[in-house]
Design a protein around this ligand. Structure first.
Ligand SMILES: CCCCC/C=C\C/C=C\C/C=C\C/C=C\CCCC(=O)SCCNC(=O)CCNC(=O)[C@H](O)C(C)(C)COP(=O)(O)OP(=O)(O)OC[C@H]1O[C@@H](n2cnc3c(N)ncnc32)[C@H](O)[C@@H]1OP(=O)(O)O
Length: 194
């Protein structure tokens, strides 16, 4: 069993944050934060099409069905794709804080091979916040929501301003996003004013 690097251990001044009062209700489908997102967007034919729901407290759950286009070895999911599923689920925790945050560090344990056709049942939880740093953890189970853990991850997300995307993204996509009322609505769900 591997250990977690010290960068993923919350410092002594970290706190367990409050769920935002206007966070989606437990059970609510969160929807895609961006239609072209490889993790959750419906506009990506080979994407993961991951669907996440708000859970209780500081938790979310999600499902990802492994398809032929997600293979690494014959009949098995690619590890990077599985890491993407964990990353996307962890990213959807942003909805609970109504904060925008990007992945700074993601440490993944691959414990079982995941066959094509499997449904990966994902759970993620915010453990602590220290300033802009959000510490979180996730698991992916196969064979059902109570099945064995196939993959797990610890993560550090860093809160950023919307300028992070505007300043760094390609102008075609940024301009299209800013001209899309649906995208603006989704960005506002993160208290962003594009
Ligand atoms: C109008 C257009 C709108 C478009 C937007 C639409 C919707 C937006 C809404 C939601 C989007 C959000 C979530 C999406 C959900 C899921 C997607 C999956 C998530 C991803 O897939 S996202 C892509 C991959 N991700 C990146 O593309 C990040 C690249 N990266 C950087 O952009 C910088 O690197 C950054 C910003 C991370 C930090 O840069 P920075 O300059 O702001 O801050 P700085 O470096 O000072 O770090 C501050 C403190 O974090 C510590 N720290 C930083 N990095 C660390 C590391 N790796 N390990 C350990 N500690 C670390 C420092 O040690 C310091 O700690 P301390 O405060 O204690 O000193």
């Amino acid at each position: 069993m591997s250990g977690t690097t010290s960068a993923l251990t919350p410092p002594s001044y970290a706190v367990v944050p409050d769920r935002h009062p206007e966070a989606p209700a437990p059970g609510e489908l969160l929807g895609s934060h961006y239609g072209q997102c490889f993790g959750c967007g419906t506009g990506q034919p080979h994407g993961l099409h991951l669907e996440a729901r708000a859970g209780e407290g500081l938790r979310v759950s999600a499902e990802f069905t492994v398809r032929e286009v997600h293979q690494g070895a014959p009949g098995l999911a690619h590890g990077g794709v599985l890491a993407t599923a964990l990353d996307e689920t962890l990213g959807s925790l942003n909805w609970l804080l109504r904060a925008i945050a990007v992945t700074g560090r993601l440490e993944t344990d691959f414990k079982l091979p995941v066959p094509v056709g499997s449904v990966l049942h994902l759970e993620a939880e915010i453990k602590a916040v220290a300033g802009r740093k959000i510490y979180s953890t996730a698991t992916g189970r196969i064979g059902g929501p109570e099945g064995p853990v196939a993959v797990r991850a610890d993560a550090l997300f860093i809160q950023v301003k919307v300028e992070h995307f505007i300043d760094n993204g390609r102008s075609e996509e940024i301009n299209a996003a800013m001209n899309d009322p649906d995208q603006v609505r989704r960005a506002r769900a993160f208290e962003v004013n594009p």
